[in-house]
Design a protein. Structure first.
Lengths: 392, 206
């Protein structure tokens, strides 16, 4: 039987690792899929090519799926996902100049982790009084965890993102150059681009995304909702290939192999040294993305709901469009479970958990086999619960 | 830069189009196509912040940008920086013209227009841009094909020379032998020629 041909888009980032591993280690091939990976330059290009069928599936920002569910993406296409790639993997980096400004105001600003945003409010005030341009932070897309985590961190200390700071969008590979040129004072980006800034002496990485929320949803395997209907069998095999890749990425050896693949020009094209700080056996805990088929792979409704609430908070979307039916059409926990059963993996029996309730790892008993869940405490100690019955 | 300073037939000021394309040749071709329809300004190799300044300064009605440009993500955020740039900019594909938008994306064009502009004014500009993008794409493919053809012809000539020299075959016989191999094995002529050349090279060494 000939293999089913698929084109999958990705952005050069460490969390494209599941696609690289599935391709290079034959997981797509083993499941009868002939996959062409296509590197894209921008998230807008990924979204449009996926919407108009030039791509069959894509490495996608989880919030883009939420945005399509709430009807606010530019194309009216409904996106869906049945498997995530990772939790976390982002960091906030400030330029050497902003670092010095913060240190001048508070010499101990960087001594305790997590670094508090409070000092930035004072920097913003001083700049306003001096008539200097506002602090400019960059993130990667209006609908991205980077945008929401950056704003969450700022707001936790009373910094008003739309008043005290200017936030602009810059594609990940351009962050380091713009920061070096002094065009931006800081940025929130996925790896390896924070590490590159540190290695090139351009800035200081002061907060990791995991310090803001250690269980933040990040990239997913995105597809068109209507594509699933016509390609259910191919989609199942695609999900299972990603599950196998995520299993490989749970081990140090698997992550080290991923560094080899990603450093090649086909994927990211950077030195292995720039990738190994956030990926592989020697990675720093807070900076590394969590790859695993269960906790990171499951398309949690509670995480999508949190994202939807952030969209409302920052006036991007209206929560009136958030519904249980909408979540089920966009975040296909049913299709996930079907694939997990075939792969012999454990899976949650609930679609949502209370997010942020645990400062330590905890067991989710309402699962086919109990699942060890990571700590998920938000930096401000709040919890998030989707409305409706939540079973724990 | 072209400034016609003319009014449209309906007496409105001409559309201001900002054209962003990293390929200067294509930008020139697209610009030429649009100049009867709009005042075209180009912006290439700007940083994200410079681009935002430029958009703020020009206040374009339409932004035409190649799909692969990383600057697209910057433009996507224009609504978020509405405080600084009060012109609302919407994506062209947003207004439900599915087939035109699909054609645009496939041709490599993306367009952002200011909300509230009438379709009859904007669509011709988008259509011209799509046509021009396709034209450039077609030119590239033609160029690529003629380069490939030339390379294939050179390879075949060299392989023929090898057969004539080493095997004492006549030119036509050498060509016919290659042709027959190509047909019986299903390999293209280029591959057959390459195989002959690599074997000949190997035999020269031993």
């Amino acid at each position: 039987m000939p293999a089913d041909a698929l084109t999958i888009g990705f952005i050069p980032l460490c969390d494209a690792a599941p696609l690289a591993v599935a391709q290079e280690e034959g997981h797509f091939h083993d499941l009868g899929l002939d996959v062409t990976l296509k590197r894209e330059r921008s998230w807008a290009a990924i979204r449009d090519n996926l919407a108009y069928g030039t791509l069959d599936a894509a490495h996608l920002l989880s919030p883009i799926v939420v945005a399509s569910m709430l009807g606010v993406t530019a194309t009216k296409t409904q996106f869906a996902t049945a498997i995530g790639f990772n939790l976390n993997g982002n960091a906030i980096t400030v330029s050497n100049d902003l670092y010095a400004e913060m240190r001048e105001i508070d010499p101990w600003a960087f001594d305790a982790r997590p670094v508090k945003a409070r000092t930035l409010a004072e920097v913003a005030r001083r700049r306003r009084e001096a008539g200097s341009p506002p602090i400019t932070f960059a993130m990667v897309f209006p609908y991205s965890s980077h945008n929401y985590l950056l704003r969450y961190w700022l707001s936790a200390w009373g910094v008003e993102p739309d008043k005290d700071i200017r936030i602009i969008v810059v594609p990940p590979p351009d962050m380091v150059d713009l920061c070096a040129a002094g065009d931006i004072d800081g940025f929130c980006v996925g790896e390896p681009w924070s590490t590159l800034a540190v290695h090139r002496g351009v800035g200081h990485q002061i907060v990791s995304g995991a310090e803001i929320w250690p269980a933040a949803p990040e990239k997913v395997l995105g597809v068109r909702a209507e594509w699933i209907e016509a390609n259910n069998d191919v989609h199942q095999r695609l999900i299972r290939a990603i599950m196998r890749a995520l299993n490989a990425l749970k081990t140090d050896e698997g992550k080290d192999r991923a560094i080899d693949y990603l450093s090649s020009g086909k994927y990211i094209g950077l030195d292995k040294r720039d990738l190994s700080r956030s990926l592989g056996s020697a990675a720093e805990a807070g900076l590394a993305a969590l790859f695993d088929p269960t906790v990171a792979g499951f398309p949690w409704h509670s995480k999508a709901g949190w994202t939807a609430h952030q969209m409302q908070r920052w006036k991007q979307a209206d929560l009136a469009h958030l519904s249980a039916e909408g979540l089920q059409k966009a975040f296909r926990t049913d299709l996930y479970r079907e694939a997990a059963k075939r792969e012999g993996l454990r899976y949650p029996l609930v679609d949502s958990v209370i997010e942020g309730a645990n400062s330590e790892s905890w067991p989710l008993d309402n699962a086919s086999t109990p699942i060890a869940m990571p700590a998920d405490r938000f930096i401000d100690g709040r919890t998030f619960e989707l409305e409706g019955p939540v079973l724990l | 830069m072209t400034n016609l300073g003319t009014m449209d037939a309906d007496g409105q000021a001409p559309l201001i189009v900002l054209l962003i394309d990293s390929d200067p040749k294509r930008a020139a071709i697209v610009q030429e196509g649009l100049q009867d329809r709009a005042v075209v300004q180009t912006a290439n190799s700007l940083t994200s912040t410079e681009l935002l300044f430029k958009i703020n300064e020009l206040q374009p009605d339409v932004i035409i940008i190649d799909c692969d440009s990383p600057d697209r993500d910057t433009i996507e955020n224009l609504r978020a920086v509405a405080r600084e740039n009060p012109k609302p900019i919407v994506m062209f594909v947003e207004d439900g013209e599915g087939s035109l938008a699909r054609e645009a994306v496939r041709a490599g064009v993306s367009a952002y227009i200011v909300d509230g502009l009438s379709k009859p004014r904007v669509f011709p500009v988008i259509e011209i841009a799509i046509e021009r993008f396709k034209m450039v794409d077609g030119l590239w493919k033609e160029l690529k094909k003629s380069q490939d053809d030339l390379e294939t012809r050179k390879l075949i000539e060299r392989a023929k020379g090898v057969l004539m020299e080493k095997r004492g075959m006549a030119e036509q016989a050498a060509y016919d032998a290659m042709r027959e191999t190509s047909m019986t094995t299903g390999k293209p002529m280029k591959r057959v020629a390459e195989d002959i050349l690599s074997v000949a090279e190997l035999l020269d060494k031993v």
